[in-house]
Design a protein around this ligand. Sequence first.
Ligand code: GTP
Ligand code: MG
Length: 563
Amino acid sequence: MNSLVRRTHQLHQLWRTYCSAPASAASRTAGRPSYEEFIGQHQQQAQRSIVVQVSSEKSYAELYNYCSRFGSILGAHHYCVRQDEALHYVLLEYATAGEAAAAIDAGVTNGDLSGVPVRSPFLWFRAAAAAGARRGPKLASQPAPTALLSIDGNRPAEQEHLLIVLRGARDIEEQVQLLHQHSRLNELGVRLRFLAALQVQQAISGMFPAAQALPFGSSVNGFGKMGCDLDLILRFDNDTGGGGGGHQEPSRLVYHTKENLSNGRSQTQRHMECFGDMLHLFLPGVCHVRRILQARVPIIKYHHEHLDLEIDLSMSNLTGYYMSELLYMFGELDVRVRPLTFSIRRWAQACGLTNPSPGRWISNFSLTCLVMFFLQQLRQPILPTISALAKAAEPSDMRITEDGINCSFGRDLERLGFRSRNQSSLSELLLQFFEFYSQFDFHNRAISLNEGRALAKPDHSAMYIVNPLEQLLNVSKNVSLEECERLRIEVRNAAWVLESEVESASLSPEAGEGHGSHNERLEMSWGLLNLFKQPEKAVIRPNMFFKPRMVEVSDLFEQKEAS
Ligand code: GTP
Ligand code: MG
């Protein structure tokens, strides 16, 4: 056990140095990249990078010395993909995209194996003898001057490590912060996702030189956890609805193009079918390709075996991309937003409110909307409304999608000038969140992040969250009445548990009460951990909040039985 604690401590230190430290309150406004800058910086970083499979991390010095001939290597990251046995990979970052391209261009196809000779940033490093190396200085004898960072880019922290870390926290506040630091997607995870996007983009660049595969969703909005899927949208041109060419005179030379099919949706489905085949047949690493073309937004799902990553590729509906930008901005506007959301998502997962597969339950995205709305409607709001952001839009912020959906809002975080005066701690906000939704009238009210207040519900959906960018749609249309009621029970239970945790934390540890001494706390579940306990069965806590408006649990069971 002691060695596990020590190892956890080491991991903790490594993590601290590896992940950028959370911004302090003072640096909240300084030098934050906009979403487009963030995406652009990572796209460029991917262009400068290659991923090389090696037999183990011991090959690094040799790989470094070999690959240095193409340019100067700025950084190196080792990760493993575990199948029957661990497969080792090194991500090398060159100083320029040209140097990475030179390394890729120097690649050859393996004459011994049959395979489609595709150029991609995914390579493997064969043994010197197999490569027919000429005699010369032994490459491995020179140590690599760039340290090899070895940290997983995909796998979530092991439960046991997380448990020890959270038990060792000073208080609930620190537990919320630590949970965020230890479960969020790390820098390597982001790099790997941008490389997956680049691979698709490069594969079609011959026919579509301006094509962009844009990552969106939790991989880039700052709400992703380790192992989250990658959402990609493929655009044939680099027009994301901002109007592009400015005041340049339009060219008089116009490309001949294929005539569009009359129905845009069936055309997208045909194109996607074709891309699905291309990914499946030609792209190294791509496997288990599935086409889900009848969905509202048709997607191709696939697994990337060199990145250990699930990918959802779409070609239509840019609103998801812009919604991710809004969430990214919300996360950047206040340092409490992401840690709070991580704790709430974790709690929802633990009590079975969310589920990785889609269904009648609340999705992570809808749950995140509930958190954002809660932070908007506070007496002293922590987040602005989306209408306020839309009002702050300048001409350069105008974005209209090809379907005519207006996604214009102020995008410059500094220019928005939003500062919250709310001083609540994370544990106070967490409790307030549970209390707020214990009282929320889901039966009659809809949640509007555009207005930051509840509106009359326009239809009979069990839960109604106005889709911020397509306001006639309901984000949580899928949620059943039963699941909505379960959410109400679970938030009430959580409020009850957290209230008693906060109370016992306030008791003096010296008096032998409360959560006890530091050593005692290391041995027990306390604070946030008690929120994450799997329910043995639906334990119903006393109804502390707004008794008159609550559905009594006995009523609920009757309803369930009746249905
Ligand atoms: P996880 O994949 O669960 O980690 O979270 P996610 O945020 O990536 O959710 P998901 O993969 O389901 O969706 C990807 C992104 O699409 C979300 O982050 C949103 O930006 C966007 N999105 C999903 N559902 C909707 C919706 O109903 N309306 C709009 N406008 N955007 C949506
Ligand atoms: Mg996702």
